[in-house]
Write a protein that binds this ligand. Structure first.
Ligand SMILES: *Cc1c(COP(=O)(O)O)cnc(C)c1O
Length: 246
C-alpha cells in the first residue's frame, strides 16, 4: 500500500517534469528557468520525503502550525522553506525561525513587522510581494494598482530583500481569464524593472499551480507551486487556507 502511494507520487513528479518540458519546448524557454516548489499543505512529512529523495528542495507551506509539526522530521533534508499562505503579523516571530522565503508579503504593516523582527535578530529575509491579480475577495495579496507603491515602501526596509512577485491565478475554466492574471503580474514586474528602484530584484515570478502551470510558464513564470497534481486531492477545500481573516 505504502509502496503504491510512493510510486504514485514519483510518477506524478515525472508527469509534472514532462509538462514543464513540453510547455517550454512550445514557447521557446529552457526548462531550467522554472523551479518547482512543492505545495505541501496537509501533506505529511513522510510523503514530502518521497519527493525530496528525488532531489526536490523547495517546499511551500501555508500555516505556521503545519511548518512547526513537520519541521522536526524534515530539518535534516536541507530544504528551502517558503511561506506561501496568508501571514498574520502576530506569527512573524515564529515563522522567521523556520522559513527562508516569505512569498505572501502583501501589506506594509506585515513588512514593517518583519523588518522589526529581523533587525532584532540581526538578519535579513527574502520576500516576494503577493499580488491579487484575480480581484477575488477571497484571495489575499495587494491590489495590482497598489503593488508598485507597496514595493517602493518595502524597498526602504533594509532587512527585507525583495526577490520576486507571487500570485494565485483565478480559478476559472476560461484560459484567457487565467492568462490575464499572469499577464498582470508580468506587467507589474516590467514596471518595477523600468523604474530602477534600488535594492529591488523582481526577477522571480511565482505563478502557476496544478491546473494552470502551462499558462503560467507561457506568461513568464520562474517558479510553479504544485500540490494536488503531485500529492493528490486535499481533505480541505482551498478556501480554508485562502479565506482566513487577518
Ligand atoms: C495550495 C496552494 C498551491 C498549490 O495548489 P494545487 O492546485 O494543489 O497545485 C499553490 N499556491 C498556493 C498559495 C497554495 O495555497
Amino acid at each position: 500500500m505504502e509502496n503504491e502511494a510512493k510510486n504514485t507520487v514519483i510518477n506524478n513528479l515525472r508527469q509534472i517534469q514532462r509538462r514543464i518540458e513540453t510547455t517550454c519546448l512550445q514557447c521557446g524557454r529552457a526548462p531550467e528557468e522554472i523551479s518547482l516548489l512543492l505545495a505541501t499543505k496537509t501533506v505529511s512529512a513522510e510523503k514530502i520525503k518521497w519527493a525530496t529523495e528525488l532531489g526536490y528542495r523547495l517546499v511551500g507551506e501555508n500555516k505556521l502550525q503545519e511548518i512547526q509539526s513537520k519541521f522536526p522530521d524534515l530539518y535534516r533534508e536541507n530544504l528551502q522553506w517558503h511561506m506561501i499562505g496568508h501571514l498574520q503579523t502576530n506569527k512573524v516571530k515564529h515563522v522567521l525561525k523556520y522559513v527562508d522565503v516569505i512569498q505572501s508579503v502583501d501589506r506594509i504593516r506585515l513588512a514593517e513587522k518583519l523588518q522589526q523582527r529581523c533587525e532584532f535578530l540581526d538578519r535579513t529575509v527574502d520576500i516576494f510581494i503577493q499580488v491579487n491579480t484575480s480581484f477575488e475577495e477571497s484571495k489575499f495579496g495587494v491590489e495590482p494598482e497598489k503593488a508598485f507603491e507597496l514595493i517602493r515602501q518595502v524597498s526602504k526596509l533594509n532587512h527585507l530583500n525583495i526577490k520576486g512577485l507571487m500570485t494565485i491565478g483565478i480559478l476559472s475554466s476560461k484560459d484567457e481569464r487565467v492568462r490575464e492574471c499572469f499577464r498582470h503580474l508580468k506587467d507589474i514586474q516590467k514596471k518595477v524593472i523600468e523604474s530602477g528602484l534600488e535594492r529591488v530584484d523582481v526577477s522571480q515570478l511565482s505563478m502557476g499551480m496544478s491546473g494552470d502551470l502551462e499558462i503560467a510558464i507561457e506568461e513568464g513564470s520562474t517558479m510553479i507551486r504544485v500540490g494536488t497534481a503531485i500529492f493528490g486531492e486535499r481533505p480541505y477545500p482551498d478556501s480554508y487556507y485562502w479565506n482566513e481573516k487577518a
